[in-house]
Design a protein. Structure first.
Lengths: 317, 540
């Protein structure tokens, strides 16, 4: 296990280095000049030079990468040249909201998707199963931004039942949760359908396993077989998917944050890209990449924990 | 196993909540947060108007801003978001009042010498800086204006005080602005606007160059209470304000980049006021009695430009062919549903100083356009049309492409995202342009704000037609130095005539701005129509 974790950490570092290099190169590939965007049409040559220097844009690529990595090693993400605020502060104020959105969506997807899959698997070919199957497939085809817009128009604009934008009043947890409901549902919708289908398929496969048939032959109650033995094994692939899912939900959160004007990482990076604020883009994507890789690592570890038969060292080999 | 799963998920949620709780508090603690123990001493009001009675109950106004703040420093301010905040918190010697009239603000008395080169004034006494930074004095005025003369780095708005020689301090409350030459814009776009706001020397010295980008104190009716990046800026009523108290106790400025998101937020009751650049928004709200729609004339001019240095466009006959080939009314119908007035020259809107009443109207005439092409000896022509990739400009492009095809000109469309498009304005990147769709705007309707981008020294920057006329430049300087509006007007008409003779542009529209307020909110917009005058907002 330890060897595996060390290997994964080394791979993670390599991936992150590649992300940093790619993002630094991006400034030379993508058209658009950050300084022009940031300072506006009245910028004087001396101001432009000052801003270029502050953003490291006047230095060779390897120096830019070196500075960034040096800052990382010293626990800093640098200073935002535009506002003069530490980048860590900007990310620190945005990241928790994105993580909460992603995790709450995942939880919602699990709470709704898993029971749907279980019900369908245990009532195969019944009318409710067919309805749930059609419903699950339909949900997987709805992009989160479409769901978000509909939810906004129905619950915020027409019914005035839930808030349309922002995070709510600072320090008011209930208000925060109210502001989280619509974005979470919008982000979870695709995953509800997907998990429903996945759990159904996994369960049906497990129902055909020898040990399930043997349990039935032994006279163990159907309820116990389904929910105690079969479900346990059927959920293993689901857990593996959830690890990747957390990363992809963080990516999907970009759209949702724009639609619901939630000041999370998606909106932060999106705005930074629009203004070509590359140091902020680089630091933001770097942090998201770290989380993505860690989420995958965590999923693999949980996978092993849930099923000791799986040996990570061998899988690595 | 299920227990383990639920335990892990619960752990994730709890961890996230802990992260929220432990996250760095990005909310800025500004220098002048109000009601924190009375560091600011209440001055004896010396204003001519007595404080207005304040209605009971907290009144909070939620206003949309089209992006977060980036630089509040008045010498380098980056956009209308910062303009609006600065003008609510800070004050200048003069201001535009709610009716758009120029009135004294921090000056008690003032006079202008006959040659226009010396403006003598006395400051109001007892005007206190927020945050305990003492009383406003001439030291602050001198610091505020002379820092525009700095050379390293030269501030973005240095040109606003190009005519300033120095600020002379007579005593604590009396001083003079001494000019090298008269400057008409001083009274229209400088002293009453953001560059003319007085900053606290003590605060600027203490805060340093980074802090002043996102923190501000002033002498105005609102205090910059907090800034949470990407979430909100909170302005609170300054309890010690020397003048009449503003109507709203608090103004929350919420960054909403997307117009559609702002529309939804208005309808959901989460915003009280928002500006929009698209006129389609007007249609959605016009019939709703819960909202008030203001369509405000603005100095935002839009045109199709031609790069006169491009080998394909050097011949004026080719440019004339294009001018006669494009059907502007079709663009107005398709892109604006005919709600926007056609522009025929640079300076807008009608009634502004320098508006060219008799500007020629070039209606589409395909036969004439073909004649011009023949005169140029051109049988086939391929041109690229570069523009910002939005619905509006895509619509323009489609029509232009079709129009010019009829004339015998093949147009390739080159839409660019906003950043890439505006990056053409640096280092001569516009050299490769042929045709382009462009729009600029002026903060307040001063003609010099419009003409400044088309002088010879703007080639390689914002003069994308790359047309350089010494006569135009001379007239621009003459217009700046002429303070009498009646004398200025013909100068700017003459400049537009010079431009028109070059046939390098097809003027399309002068677009008004749309402002939507929740019923009960009385909005006030600065002259020029581009930014709200937050300090003067009230209930209806």
């Amino acid at each position: 296990m330890l060897v595996y974790i060390v290997k994964r950490i080394l791979m993670t570092l390599l991936v992150l280095l590649m992300v940093v290099v790619f993002l630094t190169l991006l400034v030379h590939i993508v058209p658009g000049d950050p300084v022009t965007m940031i300072l506006g049409p009245r910028a004087t040559p001396s101001l432009i030079a000052q801003m270029r220097s502050a953003m490291d844009l006047d230095k060779p690529i390897y120096v830019q990468i070196g500075h960034f990595l040096w800052n990382i090693l010293h626990g800093s993400l640098g200073m935002d040249a535009v506002t003069g605020v530490p980048i860590a502060t900007l990310i620190g104020s945005a990241l928790p909201h994105t993580m909460i959105l992603a995790v709450s969506s995942l939880l919602l997807a699990v709470l709704i998707g898993v029971p749907i899959g279980m019900y369908s698997a245990t009532h195969t070919d019944s009318l409710p199963d067919r309805i749930l199957t059609i419903g699950s497939i339909s949900l997987t085809t709805i992009p989160s931004y479409v769901a978000g817009l509909f939810l906004l128009l129905i619950f915020a604009v027409e019914l005035h039942a839930l808030p349309a934008m922002g995070l709510g009043n600072a320090g008011d947890t209930l208000d925060y949760i109210k502001h989280l409901i619509l974005p979470s549902i919008a982000l979870a919708i695709t995953w509800i359908g997907y998990l429903g289908r996945l759990v159904r398929t996994s369960l049906l496969e497990v129902f055909n396993e020898t040990y399930v048939r043997a349990s039935r032959a032994a006279g163990i109650s159907e309820r116990l077989i389904r929910y105690r033995y079969a479900l346990k094994n059927a959920l293993i692939p689901t857990v593996a998917i959830l690890g990747v899912g957390l990363g992809s939900l963080m990516g999907g959160a970009v759209f949702i944050e724009i639609i619901f004007t939630r000041p999370g990482m998606g909106l932060l990076i999106y705005n930074a890209i629009q203004t070509r604020n590359y140091p902020l883009v680089r630091a933001g994507v770097f942090v998201v990449a770290v989380l993505f890789v860690l989420a995958n690592l965590l999923a693999d570890l949980v996978y092993t924990y849930l099923d000791p038969r799986i040996q990570l060292n061998k899988r690595m080999a | 196993m299920r227990k383990n799963l639920w335990f892990l998920l619960s752990l994730l949620i709890v961890a996230s909540m802990l992260i929220i709780g432990c996250a760095p508090q990005a909310t800025a603690t500004p220098a002048a947060a109000p009601a924190q123990g009375g560091a600011t001493q209440a001055p004896a009001p010396t204003a001519t108007q007595p404080p207005a009675p304040i209605a009971a109950g907290p009144k909070v106004l939620k206003v949309r801003i089209r992006g977060d703040i980036t630089n509040l420093d008045t010498a380098n301010v980056t956009g209308d978001v910062e303009d609006s905040i600065d003008r609510a918190v800070m004050e200048g010697l003069f201001r535009y009042d709610a009716t758009g009239k120029l009135v004294p603000q921090l000056v008690d008395t003032y006079s202008v010498s006959p040659d226009g080169l010396t403006i003598s004034f006395t400051l109001k006494k007892g005007v206190m800086w927020q945050g305990g930074y003492g009383e406003l004095t001439m030291d602050d005025v001198k610091f505020s204006y002379e820092r525009f003369l700095a050379t390293n780095p030269k501030p973005a708005y240095a040109d606003d005080f190009a005519a300033l020689d120095h600020v002379e301090i007579v005593d604590q409350y009396t001083g003079k602005l001494v000019l090298k030459q008269p400057q008409a814009t001083l009274w229209t776009t400088v002293l009453p606007m953001t560059s003319g706001l007085i900053v606290s020397k003590k605060f600027y010295d203490e805060a340093g160059p980074d802090k002043i980008k996102t923190d501000v104190i002033g002498t105005g009716p609102y205090v910059f209470a907090s800034w949470t990046p990407k979430q909100e800026v909170v302005l609170k009523r300054n309890p010690d304000y020397w003048g009449p108290q503003p109507y709203y106790d608090e103004i929350d400025l919420i960054p909403v980049d997307d117009d559609k998101a702002a529309e939804v937020a208005l309808k959901a009751g989460e915003l009280d006021f928002s500006g929009f650049s698209s006129l389609t928004t007007e249609d959605d709200f016009q019939s709703d009695s819960d909202f008030t729609v203001d369509v405000v004339p603005a100095d935002q001019y839009k045109w199709i430009g031609m790069n006169v240095n491009s080998p394909k466009l050097q011949d004026i006959n080719v440019r004339q062919a294009i001018r006669y080939g494009i059907d502007v009314p079709s663009i107005l119908a398709a892109a604006y549903n005919n709600k926007v007035q056609r522009a025929n020259a640079l300076i807008q809107p009608q009634g502004a100083v320098g508006f060219w009443q008799d500007a020629p109207v070039y209606n589409r005439d395909v036969a004439k356009a073909k004649d011009y092409l023949a005169k140029a000896g051109v049988t086939s022509l391929n041109l690229s049309l570069t523009y910002e990739n939005t619905d509006e400009y895509n619509t323009w492009a489609q029509i232009i492409q079709q129009n010019l095809k009829d004339v015998g000109i093949n147009v390739t469309l080159n839409p660019l995202d906003s950043s890439s498009f505006w990056a053409l304005g640096e280092g001569g990147k516009d050299k490769t342009l042929e045709l382009f769709e462009l729009y600029y705007s002026s903060v307040v309707p001063d003609p010099a704000w419009s003409t400044q981008w088309f002088t010879c020294d703007q080639v390689d920057l914002w003069n994308w037609m790359r047309w350089c006329s010494k006569d135009f430049d001379t007239l621009h300087q003459q217009g700046l130095a002429t303070t009498d509006p009646a004398q200025r007007a013909p100068i700017y008409v003459q400049m537009q005539q010079l431009w028109d003779a070059e046939a390098d542009s097809v003027f399309v529209a002068d677009q008004p701005q749309v402002y939507i307020s929740k019923a009960g909110v009385k909005a006030v917009i600065y002259p020029g129509g581009m930014s709200p005058m937050l300090r003067d907002f009230s209930g209806q």
